[in-house]
Design a protein around this ligand. Structure first.
Ligand code: SAH
Ligand code: SF4
Ligand code: F3S
Length: 469
């Protein structure tokens, strides 16, 4: 029977799915997985809401601005939905997913009647079922119960996409409760995926041509997933196993908490070639007093000691971080301590934010909230220093030969853009035949946000050859 070869649903016209993603890399991963879940229902992704049958906003609640963007976007989508209904009678379903959905689902439904359904970060595997139900009645809100295990079990093994780099969530949730942060409330308790499942997904990615995987978790270095032997494995142990997956040549992980940086993970940086020498290790503040108020559970000296040990293990490792300025009670001296920490550590790149009071977090109720003008001035000063360090780091790469993983075509001619071990974009002329390969590149110059490189005579794919042998 030939018709058994035709996949179910393929006789229907393809339905179009538009997903807009806000926030962190985990949301990027989740958006890809939502597309994977909906593909068997006949949904193909489109890059504009204009022709979409189904629009998902995958939202972020971390700062007030991020959350408010959702409501203004929903306002625009409502107009589009109405215009489409009037012009052609076509229906457009609107869903809000992600951390705003989790934190204020009811408010979304109340403030924006055009929204058909709201789904939290632990429930998006139920989208197919929710879609059939909302065809009958609006107002579904799913997700308050945190059971990431159900979600990951329900996700399809296949992963769409075409790139040579990919995200892979291995850990979700947070038990740290920093006093400024909503993540423990939106993502739930810390939970790690079993090793077997992670390896399965990594093999599927490698089979699709992925050569660099970034392991994701809100506290990824707290990973303690069940190993094949029934005992919990650390992130370091997982990294060694992943390095054995044929085709996977580069492993990164983010975001790490200083208190979960185990000795075996530091040692892995010394002896695992696949582990990239680049580490995102947020400290948030350089002031012991503020760190205490933030409930970060470590002081500045512990951070300095940790970085010294990591650099001893892997001297060429580059660091990035996150900072918050204007936390309640932050004095000029506290801020000076942050600048001092930055000067001592020397970051390759870093993110810095103005403190944003979040509903339900302890810091939002603290006395001595900082005037926005003061916080803004501090942010500018910190960002100027961090930018100076980033520019200096990029410039310092000139003359070095770095292995570059070519990812995509550049803007003109046969130019290609790749990634250095330090996550910098590297622009190389006459290199578009090398996409998907890791090739030594001589860095000619470093700019603010990228490097310019040139191919050296013997441009063979070392990693691939050693793996294939
Ligand atoms: N799990 C990670 C980061 C999660 S959120 C960690 O522990 O480091 C990403 C970054 O957003 C944080 O590192 C912090 O710098 C920033 N952030 C979180 N809550 C914030 C708030 N209320 N105001 C401003 N920045 C915030
Ligand atoms: Fe938020 Fe702190 Fe958890 Fe990071 S460790 S997600 S900043 S509560
Ligand atoms: Fe935002 Fe949620 Fe990520 S609040 S930063 S999308 S975990």
């Amino acid at each position: 029977m030939t018709d058994t070869l035709v996949p179910a649903g393929s006789e229907q016209a393809p339905k179009r799915l538009f997903i807009k993603t806000y926030g962190c890399q985990m949301n990027v991963y989740d958006s890809e997985r939502m597309a994977d879940v909906l593909r068997p229902l006949g949904y193909a992704e489109t890059d504009t809401p204009d022709d979409a049958d189904f629009v998902i906003l995958n939202t972020c609640h971390i700062r007030e601005k991020a959350a408010e963007k959702v409501y203004s976007e929903l306002g625009k989508l409502k107009e589009l939905k109405q215009a489409k209904a009037q012009a052609s009678g076509a229906a457009m379903t609107i869903a809000v997913a992600g951390c705003v959905a989790q934190a204020e689902g009811e408010e979304i439904m109340r403030r924006q009647p055009a929204v058909d359904l709201v789904v939290g970060p632990q429930a998006y595997h139920q989208l197919p079922e929710l879609l059939t139900r909302t065809a009958r009645a609006r107002g579904e809100r799913i997700g308050a119960d945190f059971a990431p295990v159900d979600k990951f079990d329900a996700l399809p093994a296949e992963r769409g996409g075409t790139g040579v780099t990919a995200f892979l969530t291995v850990q979700e949730g947070c038990d740290k409760f920093c006093t400024f942060c909503v993540v423990p409330y939106t993502r739930g308790a810390e939970w790690s995926r079993p090793v077997i499942k992670v390896l399965e997904e990594a093999r599927a990615l490698a089979a699709r041509g992925v050569r660099e995987v970034t392991l994701l978790g809100q506290n990824v270095n707290a990973y303690d997933g069940e190993g094949p032997d029934g005992t919990p494995w650390t992130l370091a142990r997982l990294a060694y196993a992943l390095a054995e997956v044929p085709g996977l040549d580069r492993i990164r992980y983010t975001t790490s908490h200083p208190n979960d940086m185990g000795e075996d993970l530091i040692a892995a940086h010394a002896d695992l070639d696949a582990l990239m020498p680049y580490l995102h290790l947020p400290v948030q503040s350089g002031s012991d007093r503020i760190l205490r108020l933030m409930n970060r559970k470590h002081g500045r000296q512990k951070y300095f000691d940790l970085i010294a040990r990591i650099r001893e293990a892997r001297p060429d490792l580059a660091l990035s971080g996150d900072f918050i300025v204007g936390f309640p009670g932050e004095t000029d001296q506290d801020f000076e301590d942050t600048l001092d920490l930055v000067r001592q550590v020397r970051y390759a790149s870093a993110f810095s934010f103005m403190y944003s009071p979040r509903p339900g977090t302890p810091a939002a109720g603290m006395a001595k909230q900082i005037e926005p003008e003061v916080a803004k001035a501090r942010l500018h000063q910190l960002q100027a220093l961090l930018l100076e360090q980033q520019v200096a780091f990029n410039a310092s790469q000139a003359g070095r030969v770095l292995p570059v993983l070519f990812e995509k075509k550049g803007r003109h001619g046969a130019q290609a853009i790749g990634r250095s071990p330090y996550l910098q974009s590297v622009h190389v002329e006459e290199a578009d035949h090398l996409i998907g390969r890791i090739v030594p590149v001589e860095v000619v110059s470093g700019q603010q946000n990228s490097l310019t490189g040139r191919l050296i005579a013997d441009a063979s794919d070392h990693n691939a050859e050693s793996k294939a042998a």
